[in-house]
Design a protein around this ligand. Sequence first.
Ligand code: BTN
Length: 247
Amino acid sequence: MKQLKKDIILANVPKNRINLDIFEEIDSTNEFLKKNIQSNEFNLVASEKQTNGKGRRGKKWHSPKKGNIYMSISTKNTFKSGPLSLITGIICTKVLSNISQTEEIGLKWPNDLVFNNKKIGGILVEKDIYANEEKTIIGIGINFNINGEENWWGDISELKIDDQRNVIIAKITSEIIKAYDKDHFDWVNQWENLCIHLNKEVKINNHDSTTEDGVFIGIEDDGSALIKTESGMKSFKSSEISIKGVY
Ligand code: BTN
């Protein structure tokens, strides 16, 4: 396993705009950025291990020291070109696909990274105010090597790109900065092209534990899922439902 390396990560990112901290161990890279003053336009943190990694919906993110990516980027900027978490999903998928030369990595709504029908990565976007400073934090976890404690957890060990971890962090970071700088990002088409369950049957899990079947038709301009159900076409926000039946 190659160590996280500052010089490689910063090689192709605009150094005057970003501050980078690397840790051997940390509770959570998202929490670290929440608690610290934004020292540059973008602050990037990466760690070999997290002792309290956080997933979406209050879940834990299993974060052992196994050469995986645990990274977060914070910024005070507002993002003009679309929903940040979905755009970050597109960026991560494309970077991994380019480096591994495979098109087998895809997205499950709203922003799970999927390979071989298993979840190999996730994104947690948070907004926070600390010391009167408002910021957005984008947390990204990518599993290169993980013991599948749950049968839907996967990794990309078979793609043999673990020695490229620093380059992957660098590319994801520079693409996120580019996306920040853009006024427009054609993200709906790109997201739908990468979606692994477009026009397929999915199960809708409502938060009151009821379920409904439907066909995933696509996403709307705000990132909501458009699903055709027995009672008609419905639009759901990611805070309202999760979808099952994919893994
Ligand atoms: C999900 O549940 O799919 C989102 C997982 C996000 C995990 C990453 S790992 C780096 C960053 N720090 C955290 O504590 N969580 C995110």
